[in-house]
Ligand binder design. Structure first.
Ligand code: NDP
Length: 328
């Protein structure tokens, strides 16, 4: 029996269990491309999966991990051949399809993006789903027409993965970035990334007024709840907020006032089922618009064996920047 190392999630009497174990290759799911996984990462959703804190895993047994970079071993898909370097994220990996915390993955060739020129497989996973989601948010703001001359942009959950990459990219593009964080002790880190100002997230976390003083032309919000409501009521006339996360909650206690009185737009960002063309654009832009020195500053490397203990830390908001996982 051929096996490979993987983090396996099983259903237990109460909740789920997660363990680093040998996984039988015969149990791999359908797909036309088999990939030797080299790097993965720990995203917020991975934290939910390995701790079982939310029902993100919907098939058992599951291999956790929502994103990987690696090398094609076998392919019957016309676009891919053995030796190709690829990136894959979302599409239900780690949720409904066996995921990335494994030495091997079998997926649909249609899900894959070629590793962009200029990025190593490790770089791609240092960016990971969080960084790619940050870029989808930046692309949405650009499509809306937000430019540096329109005024500052705000980034919430600033010291987290999405936030850190959003700050680095937006500042490189010339925006005046206001970083909102609950960890003011990380102000130096956020400024090094490119934040022009750092504010305490308490400023944005109370109940939101329908409208308040206009502060920013755009924003990237990974927090949700009252924070997103406050961003909307403080966004400038015809500005836009890209909403991609729920670190503080899934609710949105807001009103229609920002939309109907200021023409503010709320831009929804989904990374999981995002169309392949937009994925390619996002990864290409990450290769050109994310400073590699900053990327390495925000990245911390761990091994597969440390993923399970990292899950609770990311859920507790204790992880700074990005974690890249070396697959043995
Ligand atoms: P991280 O844990 O790395 O970052 C989240 C950050 O949010 C924390 O670092 C913290 O930043 C802030 N935060 C945490 N808890 C709270 C709270 N209770 N109130 C206010 N702020 C809080 O996660 P990621 O960056 O990987 O993901 C961020 C969010 O985006 C998650 O909700 C995730 O599920 C979502 N996401 C969505 C995707 C999509 O497809 N739409 C894809 C990827 C992620 P600080 O300490 O600076 O305040």
């Amino acid at each position: 029996m051929a096996t490979f190392k993987a983090i396996r999630i099983d259903k237990a009497e109460k909740g789920t269990t997660a363990a680093l174990t040998e996984f039988d290759e015969a149990e791999l799911m359908d797909g036309d491309v088999t990939v030797r996984v080299e790097w993965s990462t720990v995203n917020y959703k991975d934290g939910l999966a390995v701790t079982g804190k939310a029902p993100v895993v919907r098939r058992f047994p599951m291999i956790a991990g929502i994103d990987f970079a690696g090398t094609v071993e076998q392919s019957s898909h016309p676009a891919w051949k053995a030796g190709d370097k690829v990136v894959c994220n979302g599409w239900g990996m780690g949720e409904t399809h066996l995921g990335a915390y494994a030495e091997k993955a079998r997926v649909k060739g249609d899900w894959l993006v070629a590793l962009p020129a200029g990025l190593t497989a490790r770089d791609a996973m240092a960016i990971g789903t969080a960084g790619y989601t940050a870029m989808l948010s930046v692309l949405a703001l650009e499509k809306h027409g937000v430019t540096p001359k329109d005024g500052p942009v705000v980034v919430t959950g600033a010291a987290g993965g999405v936030g850190s990459v959003a700050i680095a990219v937006l500042s490189k593009l010339g925006h005046h970035v206001i970083a909102s964080t609950g960890r003011m002790s990380e102000a130096g880190y956020l400024k090094d990334l490119g934040a022009a100002e750092v504010i305490d997230r308490n400023e944005l976390s109370g109940p939101a007024k329908p409208l308040a003083k206009e502060r920013w032309a755009g924003g990237v919000d990974s927090v949700g709840s009252t924070t997103l409501a406050n961003l909307l009521s403080t966004t400038k006339y015809r500005g836009a907020i890209a909403a991609c996360g729920l670190a503080a909650g899934m609710d949105l206690p807001s009103s229609v006032a920002p939309f109907i009185l200021r023409g503010v737009c709320l831009l929804g960002i989904d990374s999981v089922m995002c169309p392949i063309e937009l994925r390619r654009t996002a990864w290409t832009r990450l290769a050109s618009d994310l400073d590699r020195t900053k990327l390495s500053e925000i990245t911390h490397e761990i091994g597969l064996a440390e993923v399970i203990e990292t899950g609770p830390k990311i859920l507790a908001g204790q992880v700074r920047g990005r974690i890249v996982v070396k697959i043995p």
